[in-house]
Design a protein around this ligand. Structure first.
Ligand code: SF4
Length: 487
């Protein structure tokens, strides 16, 4: 969409609104000519009030909306108000154009429940917190109710934490094959088998150095999460070595949970589960994504729903305190009926946490590069509409949620659990409640100040080879982490 900004240069606000409300339209800053049938003109004028006029035209159909309000407070506060006025004008015009109201209204961020957590922390009532979402951001009542549940849980999680509490993440960037929807820098083990042993060795060195630094700074580890990729692509011996390094390097007195993703059922063996059990793993996450064989084939998984059942039987024998399963709504070749069957089969395993994702279209994924057909937004909405009552009926409630860019129907990912089965790490990371020290290729270390406002990030090299060959990068990141906690 060709864009013309008059009286301002708020590209970020306009582009976020565009991406949220007219997905598929990319911003282009070129002269709009009379021949163009898709364009937007956003005009800001400031007098006693700040006034924004948003005029949008999509394939020849035009709509216009105006929004205005007085500005007050500091320059910083006024800047926020200006952007809000602009986003509202854009939202109104886009809704008139499309005739649709997105579930999360004009909210474009990853964590739509953050506003609720903030409101509750300030002492506002649940009704007032919901009103902020519905009145100021046009969030639908269903989504504001959902945000209230997860936003309140985030506040509970925040109150559990003390100033020097952190969480630790270890990434294993290998998978048996690459899923069609994945853009993650994950290497197929078959093609990069030789990279795994040096990777494990480098990872152990990083974990040991990180443990020493954390002890020296007097930090407490509250949650540990091993993800990927698929951590269980490692052999039982390699997993044992990594978990041993972790245990030996950190004081785990205050660590409430150890989660390991055993994402792909075709990587789950009794030997590996025995290793996890021996290291006190408290949650294993098995991620079938669907229980439909033809959908598993379409996404490039080389296992069947029957294999998932066998893997769950193996996991069940080890009596982990918590087990999670992931499903995705909107996968290629899936239908609402197929999703309903997956949901039913998934619930039959009776796990105490279930995560329901909405398909996100990622650059570089085979869905985009090969043009695989996927269910439309209406079908995805139907899938999610069945998930909520089915999960509530099985005793689950939503405990965290987040959104990603380019999600089908602009919906969300929701973690559901039975009371007491929350994976706190997920809440800590999504609500940015504490620092996360990340190890491994692609690791993203986040340093969160005690007021929750100051956030710094440090990134490890993306690829296993680069990570293995350049320890100086993670060493610099650990030095930055230590400096962040220097008194
Ligand atoms: S299991 Fe996850 S990380 Fe691995 S290829 Fe599939 S989506 Fe990507």
């Amino acid at each position: 969409m060709k864009l013309k900004l008059i009286g301002h240069d708020e590209r970020y606000t306009v582009e976020q609104s565009l991406m949220n409300l007219l997905p598929g339209e990319l911003p282009v800053y070129e002269e709009i000519t009379p021949e163009d049938d898709t364009w937007g003109v956003i005009t800001l004028t400031e007098g006693e009030e700040c006034r924004v006029e948003a005029e949008l035209c999509l394939k020849g159909k035009a709509a216009k909306a105006v929004n205005s309000a007085p500005l007050s407070g500091s320059d910083y506060e006024k800047e926020g108000q200006r952007r809000h006025i602009m986003a509202r004008a854009f939202y109104k015009a886009a809704c008139e154009l499309t005739g649709q109201q997105p579930p999360w209204g004009m909210l474009t961020g990853v964590r739509p429940d953050k506003l609720v957590t903030k409101a509750l922390a300030e002492g506002k009532s649940a009704a007032e917190a919901r009103l902020i979402l519905e009145r100021d951001y046009f969030v639908t009542p269903e989504r504001s109710a959902l945000a209230l549940e997860t936003g309140a849980m985030a506040l509970r999680a925040a109150r559990k934490l003390e100033k020097n509490d952190i969480a630790v993440y270890i990434g294993i960037p290998f998978c048996p094959t690459r899923c069609a929807y994945c853009s993650f820098v994950s290497h197929s083990v078959e093609r990069s088998f030789a990279l795994v042993p040096p990777y494990v060795e480098a990872l152990i060195a990083e974990i040991r150095a990180g443990g020493a630094m954390v002890k020296e700074r007097g930090l407490r580890v509250r949650a540990f999460y091993m993800g990927g990729g698929t951590p269980t692509t490692l052999t039982a011996q390699q997993m044992d070595a990594v978990l041993t390094a972790f245990e030996e390097s950190f004081d785990l007195t205050h660590c409430e949970e150890i989660t390991v993703e055993a994402g792909r059922p075709d990587t789950i063996t009794a030997e590996k589960m025995a290793v996890l059990k021996a290291h006190g793993v408290s949650r294993v996450s098995v991620n079938p994504q669907t229980m439909e064989d033809h959908v598993l084939r379409a996404i490039g998984r080389r296992h069947s729903a029957g294999d998932i059942e066998e893997a769950m039987e193996v996991v069940g024998k080890y009596g982990f305190p918590h087990v999670n399963m992931d499903l995705i709504a909107g996968l290629p070749e899936d239908t609402p009926e197929g999703f309903a069957r997956s949901l039913e089969r998934c619930l039959a395993f009776d796990t105490d946490t279930v995560t329901v994702h909405t398909l996100a279209l990622k650059k570089g994924s085979r869905i985009l590069t090969e043009g695989l057909s996927i269910p439309d937004a209406e079908a995805v909405a139907k899938m999610l509409e069945m998930a909520s009552p089915a999960l509530r009926g099985a005793g689950h409630s939503p405990y965290y949620l987040y959104r990603q860019k380019y999600m089908s129907g602009s919906f969300e990912n929701i973690g559901w659990c039975r009371p007491g089965a929350e994976c706190w790490y997920n809440i800590y990371i999504m609500s940015e409640l504490c620092s996360i020290l990340s190890f491994g290729a692609g690791g993203s270390t986040k340093m969160v100040g005690s007021d929750g406002r100051e956030i710094q990030r440090a990134f490890n090299p993306k690829y296993p080879k680069e990570y293995t060959e350049r320890p100086e990068k993670w060493q610099a990141n650990q030095a930055a982490f230590a400096a962040f906690y220097r008194e």
